[in-house]
Design a protein around this ligand. Structure first.
Ligand code: AMP
Ligand code: MG
Length: 487
């Protein structure tokens, strides 16, 4: 079948064959379209208005193949909770890639499309609730302005999948600049074939870092660029209170897009040690451990590409180490810049870091809501009655007001804050409610309402009242204590 405007190719299949295996999706029994992202389809140049929902469901369940598709599963390895494992797309199949009007390539991948060479004991399938969860959270991240894979569709398979119990099955269509992970490099390095590694680096650069195409020190420049992009990414996660939850190296895209929405969650109260994932017993991936883990993951990448780093100069370890040693300072600077944004500081001052840290410390000790505290700050409005009762907050507020006095233009401060502080994040308790009603009652009403709300996370002062369903923190009994991978 042909979708007008969609020209599929597959650059990945030009890579050394050890990096993938060709496999077609396994058809499902009774596909039906649950959610389709018409805006995204349009942005990608697809013309779907003349295609029925039933036909789209057939295509995005993998039952009917797309013209030009060259479906394959990607090989990768990875460090999961610090331990090295062989992995690969066990239930995801890349149909091909398209080139958008912007000139950028995007891969189209079906997740839950059946078994592949890398399935191990798995059934190759996905349950409905985790796929809806990925759809909503990835689209929310995109709306928050954070690099992320996108979601084009969720199709119910009409089959059930066996997990702890029988659950409805689904197939998610994921769109990514690339699915190459740090784990892909770990797999390539294992081949002990410099050519495989070189091709993978060159392909990654061509697709994701074209500004490096003419570099005379490609390996090193690539490493530095990946580090820079991941510093920005983790700072953006912190800005909105996002806990990825499973930052294994196979879940870190080399593109710097957030990928793999398993047990991820957003903090309500500010707590640097917050962990949601049921299997993260030691808090390896806790909220404010994410920068350190990001660096750990980048170290794995650096190790993999050593063989092609400066082969002539013979100083690969030293230059890799030097590049990685930049991480803490890059992070600190980016973090402070981000916090200045949240506080409306367009200029820089020596007290800014302490100002940010002291507010966070007050939030931590008082149990204040992270999102709402920042959202309620306003450069030229007094703080709420309730907050002004708190002496610690009150004195912090006076310091902040004094610091704002050094700003030239409070309109600008206010605009900066409006871009840095969302009013709406996908709160865990609301998401859980929406997914339960989709899974247990086949009712997507709540899901659709929430999707709409999280798609406009900013500049919603006038909507704060109306949207309070999504802006209120959970009551104690609503709090989500644990999230699950759902694989
Ligand atoms: P994830 O936890 O989604 O990052 O997946 C980790 C690894 O397990 C990847 O190699 C997946 O492809 C694989 N995997 C997860 N679920 C399944 C499944 N139902 N069938 C086959 N492989 C799976
Ligand atoms: Mg994964």
């Amino acid at each position: 079948m042909k979708i007008p405007g969609l020209e599929l190719t597959n650059g990945y299949s030009t890579l050394p064959p050890v990096l993938f295996s060709r496999v077609s999706p396994t058809a499902v029994r009774a596909p039906s379209m649950l959610v389709f992202n018409f805006d995204l389809a349009r942005q990608l140049g697809m013309e779907v208005s003349a295609i029925s929902s039933a036909q789209l469901a057939q295509v995005f369940a993998g039952n009917v193949s797309l013209e030009g598709a060259d479906p394959l599963a990607q090989a990768y390895a990875g460090h999961q909770y610090g331990h090295f494992t062989m992995l690969g797309d066990g239930r995801a199949i890349v149909l091909g890639e398209l080139r958008a009007a912007t000139g950028l390539h995007y891969e189209i991948q079906l997740k839950g499309a059946g078994q592949t060479e890398y399935s191990r004991q798995g059934d190759g399938r996905a349950a409905l609730a985790p796929m809806l969860r990925e759809y909503l959270v990835s689209e929310a991240m995109h709306a928050l302005g954070i690099p992320s894979t996108r979601s084009l569709a969720v199709v119910a398979s009409g089959e059930s999948v066996m997990r702890e119990r029988e659950l409805p099955g689904a197939v998610l269509t994921r769109i990514a600049r690339s699915h190459i992970r740090i784990g892909t490099f770990e797999f390539a390095a294992l081949q002990q074939d410099r050519e495989v590694l070189r091709r993978l680096v060159e392909f990654s650069v061509e697709r994701l870092y074209p500004e490096l195409n003419n570099s005379s020190d490609l390996g090193l420049d690539f490493l530095k660029a990946v580090i820079a992009r991941h510093v920005r990414l983790v700072v953006e996660w912190i800005r909105v209170g996002f806990v990825h939850g499973v930052m294994n190296t196979d879940n870190m895209a080399i593109s710097g897009e957030t990928i793999d929405y398993g047990p991820c969650a957003f903090i309500d109260r500010f707590d640097p040690a917050k962990v949601f994932s049921s299997i993260d017993r030691h808090g390896r991936y806790a909220f404010m451990r994410q920068p350190a883990i990001m660096l750990w993951n980048l170290e794995r990448l650096a190790q993999c590409i050593l063989p092609i780093l400066r082969p002539a100069a013979n100083d690969s370890k030293a230059v890799a180490r030097a590049a990685l040693q930049e991480f803490p300072a890059l992070f600190e600077n980016a973090w402070l810049e981000m916090m200045r944004g949240k506080l409306g500081l367009c200029t820089t001052g020596p007290e800014d870091e302490a100002l940010a840290l002291d507010l966070l410390e007050w939030m931590r000790s008082s149990g204040a809501d992270y999102t709402n505290t920042f959202y309620q700050l306003h450069p030229n409005k007094p703080c709420s009655e309730e907050l002004s009762q708190d002496p610690v907050f009150k004195s912090w507020y006076a310091r902040w007001q004094k610091r704002l006095g050094q700003e030239k233009n409070l309109e600008q401060s206010s605009a900066l804050m409006a871009r840095a502080n969302p009013g709406i994040i996908p709160r865990n308790h609301k998401l859980e409610e929406a997914l339960n009603s989709a899974q247990d009652a086949a009712d997507l009403g709540q899901f659709q309402r929430m999707l709409k709300a999280v798609s406009q996370p900013y500049d919603n002062e006038s909507r704060l009242g109306q949207a309070s369903e999504y802006t209120l923190p959970p009551r104690p009994e609503q709090e989500v204590q644990e999230t699950f991978c759902g694989t």
